[in-house]
Design a binder for this molecule. Sequence first.
Ligand code: PMT
Length: 429
Amino acid sequence: MEAPSEPRADRAPRDPAKPLAGANVVVCVGGGIAAYKAAEVVRRFDKAGAHVDVAMTERAQAFIGPLTFQALTRRPVFTDLFSLTEEATIGHIQLADRADLVVVAPATANLIARLAAGQADDPVAAIALATKAPVLLAPSMNVHMWAHPLVQANVRRLVDVAGYRVVGPGDGFLACRWVGPGRLAEPADIVEAAAHVLSVQDLAGARVVVTAGPTYEAIDPARFIGNRSSGKMGAAIAAAAQRRGAEVTLLLGPSAVPPPIGVRTIAVETAAQLEAALGDAAARADVVVMAAAVADYRAAKPAAHKLKRGELGKKATIELAANPDLLAGLGARRKGRAPLLVGFAAETEKVLEHARKKLEVKKVDLIVANDVSEPGAGFAVDTNRVTLVDADGATEVPAGTKAEVAHRILDRVVAMRAAAAPVKKRKAR
Ligand code: PMT
């Protein structure tokens, strides 16, 4: 069957760093108290570069006016299936056809029931039924309604029969004064779930282990040897890999960075703890990315009690013991080319020279050379600039946010996996 306008299959593939840019997103607003939060959802989609249209149920309009959405989207809002003017200017079939994604937020118990029954009696239900695009449901309702077997059965039906995706609901204090699951997912989480749906899934099925953050090596119970890593770069890689379909495990040193949603995160503190966690995770991994700044040394004999001022005399010396090089250990132990190993090189001079040396000595597939002395790059900032160094040479990655840089690193990982795949297949025959 041919679509009359803008067939979805003909659209250009999206940059996984910005899957919402240029996407046609229809936000369908249901009639619940959380309808006011849909304004923030729409604003975030708009900020991410999506073309946003809004459709509302009649009851949603009791909670928030169409004018709010019209002002946010700079487009007419679809409120009435039988309005001559709305059908002439927008048309629910046209909206459904050109959508790359339909987001129902909030999806009330009543709206979910109507969608599960395949009804098309208002703009929201009609668009959801007519579209060929994926539909993302963000439920929001009273805690007991959400737990009700009929609501659960309706959601299951939408997922199993119609392929809907679901984000939330969150757990917390509800407008009905009950505490529990039923809150609309946070707008940022709804938009991230949408980005996930629209993103290329070129790491689907891949098990990716990412290390991030510093390690802390105790001197005594109060003091440690650490470094300036915030964990932002590694967390960005973990989030990016998860968005691209990978099953991600993040081994995270002491860090204030929130673990990315949907990523299994294991907190570690010392290099020894990281080594133990890495041993388990890397054994099952297809890709390991070592973005962590692992301490090369630890205190040889950490004190059991807090050292007192003057206890060590005027000139104190801490005896250090070398930590193992975890990445080099993985490189030395692996048989063949699995897992694919990506290391970083945090340098302040002769960046490429040191990076090439690390590529060779640590026996890895790719080194991400990071000049941490450059402003806007390296430790603790939100941006980075890196060079990818592999056996074929060096490629500069344009400066960008750590999320953007993470996707460029993963582009290379995907390409390396693709280049290795045919060889495997030939061997298998
Ligand atoms: O966390 P952020 O604030 O976002 O900062 C990001 C970053 C600067 C930490 C990151 O971009 C980065 O460069 N990480 C690597 C830091 C580092 O330890 O580099 P290195 O050149 O000392 O180590 C080379 C590689 O060996 C790294 O992959 C490191 O994880 C690994 N290594 C190092 C020492 C050790 N004992 N074992 C290791 O496995």
